[in-house]
Design a protein around this ligand. Structure first.
Ligand code: SAH
Ligand code: SF4
Length: 362
């Protein structure tokens, strides 16, 4: 039983039925017990997850809790502080010795953590380091939550600061690990958990169509970002192999539905690859197709971050020249909100999956 994979009612049930049997008569099964609240407060408000230090709980109960509940499942392996931007990349080791990475990005008034949801990824995007080894396994909800916990603890102890934003943009495709991601979102956004506003949580997907509709049905209401990368179905299929299964018109329709249901601005992510998808006709086609949908959209341009010598149909993957990026931006800007995400911390291998790859190959 992993503490950080339990929501308040699951923890309460476990505590009252399995551990505090002698106390459970006091709880009528509906009200959350005082013990449960105490423990959640230690973990998610004081960022203390060593049960021996829960000073307002008796020694005897602490001992039982520590025996039956696993409080930690990740170990901090290393962190690298970027010299060029205010970001820190963390590498964690799971109990089965897999590597999971997360990034902390500091902006004035806003601390954002980028979390991973899988070890590897089986979507297979040609430009992405996470997909290079395929999918090893899904992360459990406790492992997703623990990335945020350990980084929050790190900044709380050093700077007394709170994490305000979470983005699901690390290693893995969150919608392939749907249930665990949903549980993690619950823990991130509940008042008994990290209490982060759903508006400050962004989930990025390569377009797993049925799960995009599940997000609506399950009333998840976080911000949604779709990795589009090309306005042309045939080309998109080559960049993102899973796009063969889910047609571009269908995923954009799902995004529109998400917008109409939540009224939250949606994001289109577009990686810019030199001489592949950065032409004027790409930009114009992108404008044309997006205009068909009734949604408020932000287009986030992401200049490609180099992951080594990778070729696509004979062309080396490279970031476009600045002038190209600016031109692409201006065409879109006439019609939509647009931002350019200059990679934070290239010196710390800031792009998705890169740190793990380095550690593995060393
Ligand atoms: N699997 C999800 C979320 C994780 S990837 C998705 O694909 O949306 C998060 C973002 O990082 C995606 O938009 C992806 O295209 C981008 N990305 C991956 N590799 C990159 C690279 N080498 N350079 C720049 N962005 C990259
Ligand atoms: Fe997976 Fe996203 Fe990387 Fe594509 S970009 S391989 S979906 S993690």
């Amino acid at each position: 039983m992993f503490l950080k994979g339990l929501n308040i009612s699951e923890l309460d049930r476990f505590l009252t039925q399995d551990i505090l049997r002698q106390e459970s008569s006091k709880s009528n099964g509906k009200k959350i017990s005082y013990r449960t609240k105490q423990i959640l407060k230690w973990v998610y408000s004081k960022f203390q997850d060593d049960p021996n230090l829960f000073s307002d709980i008796s020694k005897e109960i602490r001992k039982q809790i520590a025996q039956k509940i696993n409080f930690r499942s990740l170990e901090l392996l290393e962190y690298k502080i970027s010299q060029v931007s205010d970001s820190i990349k963390f590498a964690f080791r799971t109990m089965d010795k897999e590597i999971v990475e997360s990034v902390l990005m500091k902006h004035p008034g806003r601390y954002t953590v980028c979390v991973s949801t899988q070890v590897g990824c089986n979507v297979g995007c040609i430009f992405c380091a996470s997909g290079m080894f395929g999918l090893k396994r899904n992360l459990g909800s406790h492992e997703i939550v623990e990335q945020l916990f350990l980084i929050q603890k790190f900044v709380f102890e050093r700077e007394n600061k709170r994490i305000s934003n979470v983005v699901f943009m690390g290693m893995g495709e969150p919608l392939v690990n749907y249930n665990n991601v949903l549980k993690a979102i619950e823990i991130f956004t509940s008042d008994w958990g990290f209490n982060i506003s759903k508006r400050n949580v962004t989930l990025s997907t390569s377009g797993i169509l049925p799960r995009m509709y599940d997000l609506i049905k399950d009333n998840v209401r976080v911000k949604l970002a779709l990795s589009l990368h090309s306005p042309f179905q045939k080309e998109r299929e080559k960049l993102i192999p899973i796009a063969k299964r889910y047609h571009i018109d269908e995923v954009l329709k799902a995004l529109e539905n998400y917008y109409l249901n939540t009224k939250r601005r949606v994001t289109i992510e577009y990686i810019l690859l030199r001489k592949i998808n950065d032409s004027v006709s790409h930009a114009k086609e992108l404008v044309r197709i997006l205009k068909r949908y009734n949604m408020r959209v932000l287009i986030n341009l992401i200049p490609y971050n180099n992951i080594g010598n990778v070729y696509f149909e004979g062309i080396l993957l490279e970031e476009p020249e600045i002038s190209r990026i600016r031109e692409f931006y201006s065409i879109l800007k006439e019609h939509f909100e647009v931002s350019i995400r200059w990679s934070l911390g290239r010196d710390i291998d800031g792009a998705c999956g890169q740190l793990r790859r380095k550690i593995i190959s060393n």
